[in-house]
Design a protein around this ligand. Structure first.
Ligand SMILES: [Zn+2]
Ligand SMILES: [Zn+2]
Length: 161
């Protein structure tokens, strides 16, 4: 995802809006989602704008990505969408980018790393198939959403504690 900044750097525009849908790159996904139980379902939607605020440039952007993961309680596969948003100061490339900056080179911003990074910290740590998922019986492994087992009275007691 590259954004050409020419219209804003030349002063032609004060606000540059962008919106695109990009296929998930396996390479980036391997780097940023490493160790996470995340299987992207193909694409990322990105939209936002870059504003010229009297001589400095600011990027505002939001992204969403559908993905598949597993319920933290019952282990069932669940489809979810991760959403994130960010705000960065746009600066010309220097040594090291700080957290609230994004660099451009040759009048272009490469948005991928920032978007993947922001998504990677936005996944829920305990995704659930539904808010009241009852989980599995710790004794026999019965899926308690599908009905009780001989131990489920114990589970009810635990729930009310
Ligand atoms: Zn569940
Ligand atoms: Zn049981």
């Amino acid at each position: 995802m590259k954004i050409d900044l020419t219209p804003i750097l030349s002063g032609e525009l004060k606000e540059l809006h962008f919106s695109f849908t990009e296929n998930v790159s396996g390479e980036e996904s391997d780097i940023y989602f490493k160790g996470l139980d995340i299987t992207p379902r193909g694409y990322i939607d990105v939209k936002g704008k870059i504003c010229d605020i009297s001589g400095y440039y600011e990027l505002e952007c939001s992204a969403s990505m559908p993905y598949t993961t597993h319920c933290a309680r019952c282990g069932k596969m669940v489809e979810k969408t991760c959403e994130c948003s960010m705000r960065r100061t746009v600066s010309q490339k220097k040594e090291q980018e700080s957290d609230d900056e994004i660099f451009y080179t040759d009048r272009q911003i490469e948005l991928d790393p920032a978007v993947y990074e922001e998504l990677s910290i936005s996944f829920p740590t305990k995704p659930l198939c539904r808010l009241d998922c009852k989980g599995l019986c710790p004794v026999c492994g019965q899926d308690l959403n599908e009905g009780g087992c001989e131990h489920s009275q114990d589970n009810k007691d635990q729930d009310t504690l």
